[in-house]
Design a protein around this ligand. Structure first.
Ligand code: NAP
Length: 334
């Protein structure tokens, strides 16, 4: 059977999505973005990937977060996105913020990893071709490279923007001192850093502790939180064991031994706070990140349309009482 043509929902900007200015820039980002790290590779069914992408855009998610090596196999999430771009998203390209990154292991040999100019340019060219795009909206250095001079990585980002291959640039998981160097360098070269992408959620607060969230704001840089649901831990997914097909059951990035009885006990307590707020645990975990504007957007992952629907519900209530915040901290930090 041939798939029917895709027409985006006429209500896509009236379904409750909110948009937040990204740092000191002209770009507004949806408070919830969709990440394609898992569940969009060539090991997954195209039909499910397509349904999630359509559902996201129909509900105001305008930002799609990719990287060269998302899959598996490497590159295949970009290929999936490229197929959907060609078959249904192309008329809506200008309504989207599409990102990609380079910095992690991608291809063999000395030019397929880290932060050299050689790697960043080659990787971006490949990403554009896989995604059927002329440019990406945001290109990230995926990680700090302690061996390549920072000036080389950052100048590559500047030149990528000057060549029109990306509209904005960002950094991901760079440490504090290096981030400050990057913000200063990029600003001095007329390509201000748009955004910092870091791991941040109710359980993992390293970016807050290290001052990186505050540093981004002080430099007029947006902050986007990845793994906002701690890879699914901060949802009802593991409240009653490890379901087949879940990320923890596969055990590559989320190991089954991480789902300890102690953790599940805490999750049940958090779930009961969420219930009193009229939310699911996933909704509360995302709302917690969105409670103020220190986080511009959260990048959720999803393996089904229903999960995405659940995550979108977070925007209905992002206000917390002092007591709720204290209770959450007591449970998590004890
Ligand atoms: N810059 C970086 O270095 C970096 C690193 C990692 C991720 N990221 C970005 O961040 C994105 C999100 O990361 P992530 O996938 O770890 O995020 P996440 O939102 O913390 O976890 C997503 C997983 O949680 C489960 N889930 C989601 N919604 C659920 C719901 N409502 N109920 C129950 N379970 C639910 C699903 O697990 P199941 O698959 O088990 O169903 C889903 O795959 C990535 O796609 C990527 O774009 C960036």
């Amino acid at each position: 059977m041939i798939n029917p043509p895709y027409y985006a929902s006429d209500n896509r900007y009236e379904n409750g999505m909110e948009y937040e200015r990204c740092g000191r820039s002209g770009l507004l980002l949806p408070r919830i973005s969709l990440g394609l790290w898992h569940n969009f590779g060539d090991v997954n069914t195209l039909d499910n990937s397509r349904k999630m992408l359509h559902f996201a855009f129909d509900n105001g998610i305008t930002c799609f977060d990719l990287a060269n090596n998302y899959g598996p196999s490497y590159g295949s999430a970009e290929e999936t996105f490229g197929r959907v771009m060609k078959s249904s998203f192309m008329p809506y390209r200008d309504e989207m913020v599409i990102t990609t990154k380079a910095g992690h292991d991608m291809w063999p040999g000395p030019y397929g990893n880290w932060g050299s100019r050689k790697y960043l340019f080659a990787s971006l060219h490949q990403s554009l071709s896989r995604m059927n795009l002329e440019y990406v909206d945001i290109f990230y250095s995926h990680r700090f490279d302690p061996e390549t001079p920072m000036e080389e990585t950052l100048q590559a980002l500047v030149d990528i923007v000057r060549q029109g291959k990306a509209l904005y640039v960002g950094i991901s998981q760079w440490p504090y001192e290096a981030s400050q160097f990057a913000y200063d360098y990029l600003k001095e070269h007329d390509t201000p850093c748009l955004i910092y992408q870091g791991r941040y959620n109710m359980i993992d607060r390293d970016k807050e502790r290290e001052g990186i969230v505050r540093q981004a704001a002080e430099n007029g840089v947006g902050f986007t939180a990845f793994s906002p649901l701690e890879q699914g831990i901060l949802t009802d997914r593991y409240l009653n064991g490890i379901p087949e097909g879940s990320r923890a059951s596969v055990g590559k990035f989320l190991k089954p031994e991480m789902i300890t009885p102690r953790l599940v006990g805490k999750l049940k307590e958090l779930n009961s706070i969420a219930g009193k707020r009229g939310q699911t645990l996933a909704e509360m975990a995302l709302a917690w990140l969105l409670k103020d504007n220190s986080v511009t957007s959260v990048i959720v992952g999803s393996s089904s349309v229903n999960q995405l629907k659940d995550s979108l519900g977070a925007l209905r209530n992002t206000a917390f009482s002092r007591e709720e915040l204290d209770d959450i901290d007591r449970i998590i930090l004890s």
